[in-house]
Write a protein that binds this ligand. Structure first.
Ligand SMILES: [Fe+2]
Ligand SMILES: [Fe+2]
Length: 164
């Protein structure tokens, strides 16, 4: 495996957890799109609430793992990248804030949820954009980071990535 392949392999491992997250977000978008803007069905509400809770919990877990294990290691390995890596962690807060707000709205009873549905869709739209931007930024930063790591550091990062 050459250096380019090793970098690509490591990045795909690091970003692997984004695949199920993106799938759940995609399913949620479909559920929100299926429902009419004024009156989602009770079934749609239940489906949306379950999807939002899953996204909230998965994101909180994924971001915590990045900030507890991967990011500190990368900063210590490549101090010159600290600003970019810190910015990735800072973006987690806004994304989680939107996910938590969505979950709180989805946990309302059916009537209250239906009343707030326009806001739910708008909030989901902002959440989706913020998540997509973060994913893209993370991919770009991690690609640059991986290029700067030694073989031994790559091996350690691959171990951390297994836990993400
Ligand atoms: Fe991530
Ligand atoms: Fe992240």
């Amino acid at each position: 495996m050459n250096a380019h392949d090793r970098t690509t392999d490591l990045i795909s491992k690091l970003l692997h957890d984004h695949v199920p997250l993106s799938r759940t977000i995609h399913e949620l978008r479909a559920a929100l799109g299926d429902a009419t803007a004024t009156a989602p069905s009770r079934e749609a509400h239940a489906r949306i609430a379950a999807g939002v809770r899953a996204i909230r919990d998965d994101l909180i877990e994924h971001f915590a793992k990045e900030e507890e294990g991967l990011f500190p290691f990368l900063v210590s390995a490549l101090p010159g990248m600290e600003r970019e890596i810190t910015a990735l962690a800072a973006a987690h807060d806004g994304i989680c804030g939107a996910a938590v707000r969505l979950a709180a709205l989805a946990d309302r009873d059916y009537a209250a949820f239906a009343k707030a549905f326009t806001q739910v869709r708008a909030l989901f739209g902002r959440f989706e954009v913020a998540y997509a931007e973060h994913s893209k930024a993370e991919q770009a930063v991690l690609t640059r980071v991986a290029e700067g790591l030694s073989d031994e550091q790559r091996r350690l990062v691959a171990e951390l990535a297994r836990d993400l």
